[in-house]
Write a protein that binds this ligand. Structure first.
Ligand code: ADP
Ligand code: TZD
Ligand code: MG
Length: 574
């Protein structure tokens, strides 16, 4: 007589994790193999998952984070224990800081040995280390809990304010056997992982009344507004209200940058002059000078301006974090903006024309000045003449993703290259972190299939440059443009002792294009806008992995780009 258990078909931890992810419509894993996840990745691929294997975990993690931002589903990154986990941790922390949903899953060593600190292979108490750097952290010890563990991780990543989640899977778990049917029943399909959060009607009314009373209203759209995928509601609100708006960096393209209500070209004027400012998925952090000081028209650097703020955000604790918020509206942006659109009613009067007129005047002046600068063709290519080419390419290819990092290479690109579609600009975000470039580029290409153009400072590129092999291996439509000015900020720094190069300098005229050729991609050095345009056109037409080494005037940048003032100054010499 055979018992039921002998006859039952078995599954194991490997398959349960894969089945749980698939059940929740997750089809892509960004990873770097090794003990204990090598077989997991092999089986995942065999079971039909897209497995993208990287050269360093930080870039796999960054790819997961960008995938999360683009799709609104948690991006998944798998790493090995201790060092692999730590390499992925920067990406997890960065995702949390930027409110991108991702799940870092790391294999871990044997609990009994780790907890007694007996020196296991890659021993580390990963759960404890991850906790302060992410939104939530979980560990699964038994195969029958895999379904719950993954469901909790998904909910934590995407509900409320999105962020990074850590999931610890000890090596032993993968091999644990379980009855197949019972295993199937233990999995959870997460229903409504990011539930709508409807704002309170009185909070919406308070905000609409304040907006109505404004003589100089302004809307600031942040990357939360882009993430929310409420594009039509937001556009409707902006156009119906007639209020000028400023997009934060990653909200560029939510409405096309050439929209006549965009106040980007009059940014300093509108921030200092506005009387009511409505923040939509944007925090009053350092990127907005904490809502204080000269930027906001205040007298002292620590004092608040005369603006009153409306803040639309999903996080109830965000309001008042820097200055008083007169009208907080808590909810998901789609629900909030749709409530605004209703509460505004039919008889909404647009902002006074002396406000919109004054903005238009400044915009015209600045845009004319910019057009003149862009039209110049200096003998040595500089940021402007190079970016003018990229600006036109993006205009011709509005669906392309633009990845951007560096200092000057970042600041000039942000202000020169207009975006036309939502969520197409991926950059250094809230931390101003270098190293997101290739991870974000791979994610955008893998998840959307669209062309990616990565505009990279030569220093910035160095942080993830080895992933050009990954880009070639998967034959991704990624064109990297390295803005090569021979260094960090510029290539002209001088070591007063003269015995070595200065800390911000790199090898002069380095051939980054050859790195791409090493793996079978297309490498081009461009010394002028014509060469750059030709190479960029060919890259976009062929969709081949391409690296354009754009030689930029090495004296063209400024220290730290636009944030020179954040550098601590040395005490003055007597
Ligand atoms: P930016 O850097 O573009 O100014 P931030 O990252 O500072 O943007 O702010 C994003 C804000 O958006 C965060 O406060 C976050 O809580 C909020 N947010 C993210 N997703 C949503 C959403 N779906 N609905 C409402 N608010 C959201
Ligand atoms: N390390 C990390 C992880 N993030 C950072 N932001 C920095 C270091 C400091 N840093 C910046 O803030 S920008 C930058 C560094 C090293 C590079 C600037 O040089 P670049 O750009 O070549 O990328 P430009 O065009 O020369 O200014
Ligand atoms: Mg540089």
């Amino acid at each position: 007589m055979t018992t039921d258990t002998q006859a039952s078909e078995q599954t194991d931890g490997f398959h349960l994790v894969i089945d749980a992810l698939k059940l929740n419509d997750i089809d892509t894993i960004f990873a770097l193999p090794g003990i204990p996840i090598t077989d997991f990745l092999r089986i995942s691929q065999a079971e039909g998952m897209k497995v993208i294997s990287f050269r360093h975990e930080q870039h796999a993690g960054n790819a997961a984070a960008a995938a999360g931002f683009i799709t609104g589903k948690p991006g998944i990154c798998f790493t090995v224990s201790a060092p692999g986990f730590l390499n992925g941790l920067t990406a997890l922390a960065n995702a949390t800081t930027n409110c991108f949903p991702m799940i870092l899953v790391s294999g871990s060593s044997e609990r009994e040995i780790v907890d007694l600190q007996q020196g296991d292979y890659e021993e580390m108490d990963q759960l404890a280390i991850a906790k302060p750097l992410c939104k939530a952290a979980f560990r699964v010890l038994h195969a029958e809990d895999i379904g719950v563990g993954i469901a909790r991780a998904i909910r934590a990543a995407v509900s409320g304010r999105p962020g990074g989640v850590y999931l610890d899977l000890p090596a032993k778990l993968f091999a644990q056997g379980m009855d197949k049917e019972a295993g199937k029943r233990s999995l959870i399909k997460v229903v409504d992982p990011a539930p709508k959060q409807i704002p309170a009607p009185d909070a919406v009314q308070r905000a609409v009344d304040l907006l109505k009373s404004a003589k100089k209203p302004l809307v600031i759209l942040g990357k939360g507004a882009a993430y929310a995928q409420a594009d039509a509601e937001i556009r409707n609100f902006i156009e119906k209200s007639g209020i000028p708006y400023l997009p934060m960096s990653m909200a560029k393209g939510l409405l096309p940058d050439n929209h006549n209500q965009s106040a980007s070209a009059a940014r300093s004027y509108v921030l200092a002059e506005a009387d009511v400012v409505m923040l939509v998925g944007a925090r009053l952090n350092w990127l907005l000078s904490h809502g204080k000081g000269k930027t906001w028209g205040a007298e002292g650097s620590k004092s608040a301006g005369k603006q009153q703020f409306i803040q639309v955000d999903i996080s109830p604790t965000e309001a008042d974090s820097n200055v008083a918020i007169a009208a907080p509206v808590i909810g998901d942006i789609g629900s909030c903006i749709s409530a605004f659109n209703q509460a505004m009613g039919a008889g909404w009067s647009k902002p006074p024309s002396d406000w919109t007129g004054a903005i238009a005047e400044r915009k015209d002046k600045n845009l004319t000045k910019m057009a003149e600068t862009l039209a110049k063709n200096p003998p040595v290519m500089n940021f402007h003449s190079a970016l003018n080419v990229i600006r036109n390419t993006v205009k011709e290819n509005p669906k392309a993703y633009l990845v951007n990092e560096g200092a000057n290479a970042l600041d000039f690109t942000r202000s020169i290259v207009d975006m036309y579609e939502p969520r197409r600009r991926l950059d250094v975000g809230t931390w101003g972190i270098m190293g997101i470039g290739m991870g974000f580029a791979v994610a955008a290409a893998v998840v959307t299939g669209e062309q990616v153009i990565a505009v990279e400072g030569d220093s910035a590129f160095g942080f993830s440059g080895m992933e050009v092999e990954t880009i070639c291996r998967y034959n991704l439509p990624v064109c990297i443009v390295v803005m090569n000015n021979n260094g960090i900020y510029k290539g002209t720094d001088v070591n007063p002792r003269g015995d070595a190069m200065a800390p911000t300098q790199f090898v002069k005229n380095a051939r980054y294009d050859l790195m791409m050729e090493a793996f079978g991609g297309v490498g081009v050095t461009a010394k002028n806008p014509e060469e750059l345009k030709k190479a960029l056109d060919e890259a976009v037409a062929s969709r081949k992995p391409t690296l354009i080494n754009a030689m930029i005037d090495e004296s063209a940048g400024t220290e730290s780009g636009r944030i020179t003032s954040l550098n601590p100054a040395a005490a003055k010499k007597k």
